[in-house]
Design a protein around this ligand. Structure first.
Ligand code: NAD
Ligand code: SER
Length: 311
């Protein structure tokens, strides 16, 4: 991994992935791409590229002489239910274009899947690495299709595809892009801004979460892992903690005792959350490439609040 193209570089993960990759491989080695210009300062190259247009992506990868693509462009779960056709086009069509470019130009590919690749028929506590996957959202359907496409391009064409199933990701630098787990970011923003948060999920909705520094490290460690150790390769379950809105509020009150949470449940996002597991089993990632999170709820809350209060 020497010269890298990142798609979806202006998003919640992309902004931090680009910064981490540039710190590790050098600013000029990482070409950030998106359909919109990232906010804030950029210390390396950027190009507009739409993943649904294969030629646009191919030109960026060729010009940069890339050997690796971090493919982060996607539409997330809540927006996916508002715009299912667009979600199919971007998430499945875009990944297909990325894999075709990777096949033609001999690139490795990192693609995140999600806990959304599970559905109501999946064992819920924990969801195993290999299990029933019958999601009932377009986002989930696109993630299962993506996992299978990545497997196919590896077995059929030898493309070095790798990926994880991320849980909900919590971060303070860039706002999330329209997912069901966005509440776990908004709760911190509102705790600092107003001291009150109206949550769109019910108090006891339990989902897996991870703090962004762990999510970035997981991707880079997987891409740098010895391929001979990877039995699953794509779609490794990874997690760091299980939280509910109520437990996150409790954790925030350790620092801001006056913080208040109320519940105004959104039936669409609640149904999506209810279709996902309460916990995922990430023992395959731990065994095959040594995955281990560094942040738990308490250390994530302390770091989030410190950054938001000084930022
Ligand atoms: P995001 O919505 O914050 O960012 C996605 C980016 O993709 C945006 O900047 C958007 O402009 C860009 N984009 C959209 N359509 C595009 C197109 N046609 N061509 C090029 N770029 C396009 O999403 P994110 O949270 O950064 O997620 C990145 C990846 O991680 C996605 O595959 C997502 O499914 C996965 N993931 C995210 C989470 C999470 O909690 N953030 C959890 C699990 C999996
Ligand atoms: N955070 C993502 C979402 O809620 C999960 O993939 O859509």
């Amino acid at each position: 991994m020497n010269r890298i193209v990142v798609t979806g570089a202006a998003g919640q993960i992309g902004t931090e992935m680009v910064a981490a990759l540039r710190a590790r491989y050098g600013p000029e080695a990482v070409l950030a791409t998106d359909i919109r210009i990232p906010e804030g300062s950029t210390d390396g190259p950027f190009a507009l590229a739409d993943v649904t247009i294969g030629d646009s992506l191919d030109a960026a990868v060729a010009r940069h002489r890339a050997d690796t693509i971090f493919h982060l462009a996607a539409i997330l779960s809540a927006v996916g239910e508002q715009r299912p056709q667009k979600t199919y086009e971007v998430n499945i069509g875009g990944l297909f274009n990325v894999l075709e470019v990777a096949r033609a130009r001999d690139c490795a590919v990192f693609t995140p899947s999600s806990i959304a690749a599970f559905g109501p028929g999946t064992p819920t506590d924990p969801a195993p690495q290999d299990t029933i996957q019958r999601p009932n959202t377009m986002y989930g359907v696109s993630k299962v299709a993506g996992e299978l496409l990545c497997d196919y391009y590896h077995h059929r064409f030898g493309v070095d595809t790798r990926g994880v199933r991320y849980p909900g990701l919590v971060s303070w630098r860039t706002h999330p892009g329209g997912g069901t787990t966005d509440y776990a970011v908004e709760i911190y923003l509102e705790a600092v801004r107003t001291g009150h948060y109206d949550c769109f999920l019910s108090a006891d909705t339990q989902l897996d979460m991870m703090y962004m520094p762990d999510a970035i490290r997981a991707a880079i460690e997987l891409m740098e892992a010895d391929p001979g150790c990877l039995r699953h390769r794509n779609a490794f379950n990874v997690t760091a903690m299980q939280v509910t809105p109520a437990s996150l509020a409790e954790s925030i009150r350790e620092h801001l005792p006056a913080f208040e949470i109320a519940y105004a449940v959104d039936p669409v996002r609640q149904a999506i959350a209810d279709s996902w597991p309460r916990r995922i089993d990430d023992s395959a990632a731990r065994q095959e490439w040594g995955w281990a999170p560094a942040f738990d709820v308490a250390s994530m809350t302390a770091d989030m609040l410190a950054n938001l209060q000084t930022g």
